[in-house]
Design a protein around this ligand. Structure first.
Ligand code: KL2
Length: 396
């Protein structure tokens, strides 16, 4: 615990001198990382995405070294990885660093899965669950759901998901996310209304309808094109698209995927969610729509944000790890590089547990939600992940 505290002060000093030292004891703060590490198998299967990447930077051995170095450097209490297909190698390294772990592999032909690691010194696993979306006809993706206890006092639910990539299947993505939220909520209720953090690669951009669904608790799918729901579809606009624009075509099955019911076109979820990066109204130039990072992933076919750390009332986000400046990112001409091991950047947020307020029950009043956002934003600070701090990764 002492070590965790020192680390937090250290990281903060790099950016804003002295701010952390003046604050309260950080023993009860919890840092959580979400990082899609690009499965070796996926890297091999999609060479077209990495045409400009030097061959040696694509080698798993070198990527593994960089990924582990990155994870170790930020030293988060909880590490949620996606696209893990060399779990044994990663978990051996993590166990050496005092982490316990859990893995849930995707089904079908996929070789990778989600892996979650927590520091046994600080966190204790109370319950564990997972979702195999293929059981619900929602493709071969998976999610993990853990109940953890920090320092023997603060319990919370942790979700880790890698949402389906397919840009055209917004219905399936919405269904997967909806199920994760429902299941996380049920587990949180079972443990007396504990807070929730949801980490992962949601394969949806900050300006998308799926992002709106997450942050506003509902989405009328009949107002949207299934293929545009996640913001990932960049295909050309043809006659078919024009026709479907005039009349959004949803089959019964797609509606059921998205909302859970074939006769209901509004998808709903029960959680009042805030996104860590969006909550921090700081002055980083790396942030765009909603205050989200401009990019958490970069390769030949995509430059943008798909990774998030969502959380519910009962928690407040005190700091986040800044992403790389767009200039620096563009300068790489695509990830991974000889310095960065994946085609995603890790995101990290620090959470503090709040005293329960009088009314923490979910509600749909957006005005009230904005009030709360403003309050939390006032207390938040950034740490930088710039080329400067990148060099400190090398130094460690
Ligand atoms: O976007 V990802 O990368 O979260 O970083 O998740 C998927 C994609 C991952 C697992 O399916 O493999 C990548 N074009 C581009 N990327 C693809 C494609 C594709 N057709 N199929 C899978 N992936």
């Amino acid at each position: 615990m002492e070590k965790g505290r020192k680390k937090a002060a250290n990281v903060s000093c790099r950016r804003e001198k002295g701010t952390r030292e003046m604050e309260d004891d950080l023993t009860d703060a919890c840092t959580i990382m979400s990082y899609n590490i690009l499965a070796d198998n996926n890297a091999r299967n999609h060479p077209d995405l990495y045409l400009d990447v030097p061959w040696d930077a694509m080698r798993w051995d070198s990527r593994r070294r960089l990924i582990i170095r990155e994870i170790r450097h930020w030293d988060a209490d909880l590490v949620c990885l996606q696209e893990v297909d060399r779990f044994r190698e990663i978990s051996a390294e993590m166990k050496n660093r005092g982490y316990e772990c859990s893995f849930k592999g995707r089904t079908g032909d996929a070789k990778d899965g989600c892996a979650t690691f927590w520091k046994s010194e600080r966190l204790r696993l109370l319950e564990e669950d997972s979702i195999d979306f293929s059981e619900f006809n929602l493709r071969n993706n998976v999610a993990q759901i853990l109940v953890l206890e920090l320092n023997g006092t603060h319990k919370f639910v942790l979700g880790n998901i890698h949402v389906l990539f397919n840009p055209k299947r917004g219905d399936v993505k919405l269904g997967q996310i909806r199920m994760l939220l429902e299941k996380a909520n049920a587990l949180a209720e079972k443990w007396d209304g504990i807070p929730i953090v949801l980490a992962g690669d949601f394969n949806s951009t900050p300006d998308s309808a799926i992002y709106k669904f997450l942050s506003t608790m509902k989405l009328n799918i009949s107002l949207h094109d299934r293929k545009q729901l996640s913001g990932l579809d960049s295909s050309d606009f043809g006659l078919y698209e024009l026709c479907s624009l005039l009349n959004y075509q949803w089959t019964d099955e797609e509606v059921r995927n998205a909302t859970g019911y074939s006769n209901v076109t509004v998808a709903r979820h029960p959680l009042r969610l805030s996104s860590s990066y969006a909550m921090l109204k700081g002055n980083s130039s790396n942030r765009g729509h909603q205050g989200e990072p401009l990019a958490t992933s970069y390769h030949k076919k995509f430059l943008g944000t798909v990774d998030y750390l969502w959380y519910t009332p009962g928690l407040e986000c005190s700091r986040v790890l800044d992403t790389l400046p767009m200039g620096a990112l563009r300068g790489t001409r695509g990830l991974p590089t000889r310095e960065m091991g994946s085609d995603h950047l890790p995101i990290v947020a620090e959470f503090v547990f709040m005293e329960p307020t009088q009314d923490d029950s979910p509600q749909e009043d957006e005005a009230e939600q904005d009030d709360k956002s403003a309050q939390a934003a006032g207390t938040a600070k950034h740490i930088y992940f710039s080329s400067e701090s990148d060099s400190s990764v090398d130094a460690s």
